[in-house]
Design a binder for this molecule. Structure first.
Ligand SMILES: NC(=O)c1ccc[n+]([C@@H]2O[C@H](COP(=O)([O-])OP(=O)(O)OC[C@H]3O[C@@H](n4cnc5c(N)ncnc54)[C@H](O)[C@@H]3O)[C@@H](O)[C@H]2O)c1
Length: 347
């Protein structure tokens, strides 16, 4: 697979750590509107072809697939252009800033027959995959209750850099720069984590969102800091279970932690993912009488990057595809309406 990297920021570097050493994958070009970032990135990864616009890269055309690692609001126009050029696309999450755009991208990709995948990174967490298998195998019995949280602390810490001065964080705080806040940014991860792990879909949603004041006048330079920082959500799942899902950038002491608890009639599971590793624990069988939890061994799983490359080489559509991400985007759009209208909505 000849791969083009579109956008050469923080996440592109993360992706290249995987793609750069993968059998059958050659990273042949990079695009960024910022010439300095483009040069640093392309030099670091030894990429020969460099472009300041996607149009120039498409005019060159000597690539099979692209990984779209641009800011959220750039995903739609650039992915539509890649699809029109017949290229396979791995698009960063969220697929778009809203459901209508995400659906348009989905329909265009399906009509063109290109491989389309969204980088819901936490599918790479082996304990999540194992939890889903156990749910599907009926090991927990009927699922009644689900709890999921995504905790970050970058608004109270400098562990990842300074959000007050760095554009990579500032655009995430501003709706005018295409961000739907923590809900649009990592909300899609935790909605997927909860629904995929519990092997069901969200079918009703009610959410509360909050934007805390972070700077004088709520503004830093060109960035109006109006995107939400915290959300809480109550959901109904299609399998009948009830759930609570929440996320915040104010979780002091938690750099990046996803947690999922699935409670069934015959057993329960807990998945925890932190920067230093992940874990699956269960309370199953006789142990439910004494509430004894045990670690569950988990085998490694292929990453999204490996599965995307395999899909491009085999032509078999991978999961999670654009349609799945568009459906999650619909939940996010509805959640924002529920905040305004203070009532539950059906997905
Ligand atoms: N899957 C994950 O876990 C995960 C984690 C972090 C970020 N992300 C997603 O990755 C995407 C990028 O995030 P980031 O942290 O790397 O942001 P970033 O701001 O560090 O990098 C984005 C890059 O895109 C470039 N760019 C902007 N417009 C462009 C255009 N029209 N054409 C080409 N390049 C353009 C910018 O100059 C910048 O270098 C976002 O959608 C974000 O939500 C996903």
């Amino acid at each position: 697979m000849r791969l083009l990297v579109l956008g050469t920021g923080v996440m592109a570097k993360n992706q290249l750590r995987h793609f750069a050493h993968m059998d059958g994958v050659e990273v042949v070009g990079a695009v960024d509107t910022d010439p300095d970032r483009l040069k640093l990135f392309a030099d670091e990864f030894g990429i020969e072809k460099r472009f300041l616009t996607l149009n120039d890269a498409i005019a060159w055309g000597d690539f099979d697939a692209a990984t779209n690692v641009t800011p959220d609001r750039i995903h739609h126009p650039t992915t539509m252009a890649l699809i029109a050029a017949g290229k396979h696309v791995l698009c960063e999450k969220p697929l778009a800033e809203n459901y209508p755009k995400a659906l348009e991208m989905t329909e265009a990709a399906e009509a063109a027959g290109v491989v389309n995948m969204v980088n819901l990174t936490y599918r790479n967490v082996a304990p999540l995959q194992r939890a889903r298998e156990m749910v599907l195998a009926g090991e927990l019995g009927t699922i009644k209750h689900v709890e999921a949280s995504y905790l970050q602390s970058w608004l109270v810490s400098r562990a990842w850099g300074d959000w007050r001065t760095e554009s990579t964080w500032l655009w995430r705080l501003s709706t005018g720069h295409g961000s739907n806040g923590v809900l649009g940014d990592v909300g899609i991860h935790i909605l997927d984590f909860a629904a995929y792990g519990a092997a069901t879909d969200i079918d009703h949603v009610f959410a509360r969102l909050k934007t805390f004041n972070k700077a004088p006048g709520g503004q830093i330079g060109e960035y109006l800091l109006d995107a939400n920082d915290s959300f809480t959500m109550s959901v109904d799942f299609a399998n009948g279970a009830l759930g609570v899902i929440h996320a915040t950038r104010w979780a002091t002491g938690h750099l990046n932690e996803l947690k999922l608890r699935i409670y069934g009639e015959r057993g329960s599971l807990e998945v925890i993912h932190r920067p230093n590793g992940s874990q699956l624990r269960g309370c199953l069988g006789e142990n439910i009488e004494s509430a004894t939890w045990r670690d569950i061994e988990v085998a490694p799983v292929p990453t999204n990057y490996q599965r995307f490359a395999k899909a491009v080489m085999s032509g078999v559509q991978p999961d999670p595809n654009f349609r799945h991400a568009a459906n999650l985007q619909k939940v996010i759009d509805l959640a924002m309406i529920t905040e305004r209208e203070r009532r539950e909505l059906k997905v």
